[in-house]
Write a protein of this length. Structure first.
Length: 117
């Protein structure tokens, strides 16, 4: 069973940076593409960034040049990271990790990111 656990969220001022982490277990990591999504209050969940098994990346237009997704499966626990910079107040949301493209689709529970002065 795939388990995804996000961490790294918190309160940050506009223009600040955060690094989110997603620890993945219970999967053969190399079989899955991974992604970060976010959901703001009253809005639908939206794609932020994805990274394929071949490490090809894709970003929402709104975050290009400011966010960076990466994956590290060299360790015992594999991780997917989202480095976020120049954060905006409208990017306040719960950020979710997703594993897809393999035998099943799985979501983490999310981590809250609040961008506020």
């Amino acid at each position: 069973q795939v388990q995804l656990v996000e961490s790294g969220g918190g309160l940050v001022q506009p223009g600040g940076s955060l690094r989110l982490s997603c620890a993945a277990s219970g999967i053969i990591f190399s079989m899955y593409d991974m992604g970060w999504y976010r959901q703001a209050p009253g809005k639908q969940r939206e794609l932020v960034a994805t990274i394929t098994r071949q490490h090809r990346t894709n970003y929402a237009d709104s975050v290009k040049g400011r966010f960076s997704i990466s994956r590290d499966n060299a360790k015992n626990t594999v991780y997917v990271y989202l480095q976020m910079s120049s954060l905006k107040t409208e990017e306040t949301a719960v950020y979710f990790c997703k594993a897809f493209g393999g035998p099943e689709v799985s979501w983490g529970q999310g981590t809250q990111v609040t961008v506020s002065s």
